[in-house]
Design a protein around this ligand. Sequence first.
Ligand SMILES: Nc1nc2c(ncn2[C@@H]2O[C@H](COP(=O)(O)OP(=O)(O)OP(=O)(O)O)[C@@H](O)[C@H]2O)c(=O)[nH]1
Length: 268
Amino acid sequence: MLQSRSVVLKMMQSKACNDHCIDDFPKPFSHCFTPHKQNDFSFTVREICSSTGKFLNGLKISKVIFLGDVAAGKTSLVNRFCHKVFNCNYKATIGVDFEVERFDILKVPFNLQIWDTAGQERFKCIASSYYRGAHVIAVVFDLSNIYSLSNCAKWLEEALACNTLRPVIFLIGTKRDLLSSSAYKHVEKRATQLAQELGAEYWAVSSRTGDGVNELFLRIAALAFEVSILRDIHTTSNKLSIGTDLVTLKTLNPPKKSKFKCNGSNCM
Ligand SMILES: Nc1nc2c(ncn2[C@@H]2O[C@H](COP(=O)(O)OP(=O)(O)OP(=O)(O)O)[C@@H](O)[C@H]2O)c(=O)[nH]1
């Protein structure tokens, strides 16, 4: 259900709770399964945030969209993080749901708009109209259903087609609690291979137990924040004709072209 305007405004003005305050750069799920190899915020971002903030253009907001197959676990993931709840009953998302989470990153207020889209084919039209302007694309699959992994490339391709700037990409396996270690290792091998082809950072989480969920969202927020600040600096420096840390910006925004090709549903 879409939140009313006043609720959204209230959420955006509220203060970040302690576990939404980020001063140290959050770690990836595994350093082997991410294209973002840096261990800290870039020097430029730290400098700008610790200074008077005169380069920061207004309120910082980034948009993350969650997409993936029906019942892959998107809503459960968002609800676990935003409301600390888990419901084992399936209720289909109709179109999109929307949340805003407030963070303080390097003492700078930052809002993450979280768009949870429907996986059902009949709502695709509504859901895809919200893909535009995404700073982060989180493609979700069910670790216990390998078919949902094979559809991830198609979901990503559709979302990328609606965006001109290259977003940060995550490939997220849910329902980790349903798999034994050996079954998980088997899926992880295929999923991490796909993540690499897609230029995505890989995570495995469980919304039922909460394993990895907070860590994932802190990581999403931190990477979105870093990109947002660097883009601001880039825009400002273009106006002022001063040099900036574009090397980091390029690292976070690898070239759009990928080796990966999608052939319908058989993308693996
Ligand atoms: N065991 C377990 N079940 C989960 C987990 N995450 C989600 N589920 C279950 O999987 C089913 C589908 O979860 P949802 O979060 O509604 O899936 P969705 O991707 O939002 O589905 P759509 O709205 O149709 O796109 C529900 O019955 C959840 O309880 C998890 O981490 N572990």
